[in-house]
Design a protein around this ligand. Sequence first.
Ligand code: MG
Ligand code: MG
Length: 249
Amino acid sequence: MIIIKSDKEINLMREAGKIVAYAHQVVRENIRPGISTAELDKIAEDIIRKHGAIPAFKGYGGFPATICSSVNDQVVHGIPSRDVILKDGDIISVDIGALKDGFYGDSAKTHPVGKVSDEATKLIEVTRDSFYEGLKFCKVGYRLSDISNAIQKYAEANNFGVVRDYVGHGIGTQMHEDPQIPNYGPPGKGPRLVKGMVIAVEPMINLGTHEVETLNDGWTVVTLDRKLSAHYEHTIAITEEEPILLTKL
Ligand code: MG
Ligand code: MG
């Protein structure tokens, strides 16, 4: 069941979203060769708690940390570690969620570490831009899969693989609500978008094959061909006018 949010609830969701956005900003400022993903995790957790919010991923299904830090061929759900030290030329996807006043915010970004290859730069840009292609359809009257189709078309026009096994989602008082939002598929399917829907759209785009597998830690999802992967996500409120990115400062 899709839960529609009132204007008042969406305003509350802005607060969670802003904290997620701010945590992203500070994490980004600290990404450099030599820092560990555990240190980035600590930075994000401190910011979220300082603003009176709760890290949404910590303890979710047993996940042990505040951020998901997915380096290079890791797609999503990488576990921060003191042993994972970022190197020049890496890329890192950071996914952050926070709970504030009963509502969640959820957002992910991929960043270069130092100087990265041209193909890594392009992957990061196309992943971000595929999100904004999907965002064009985050308007009243379109159907859910219009978003999915726009993302897929853009990513595949750039010869990248679109991850199938993980999808976007509704979000509110639960981090994952209905509906599921795949990043692929034909247009014109699924429910029509209405004012008050709040959704997390999150393309996960691979340099090579779209196929992925999970490592033995039970969490870390990697590309099957071990080529690079990038992730971009915002929490979006559907309105009568333009969509609102709740996780943007
Ligand atoms: Mg996320
Ligand atoms: Mg999400």
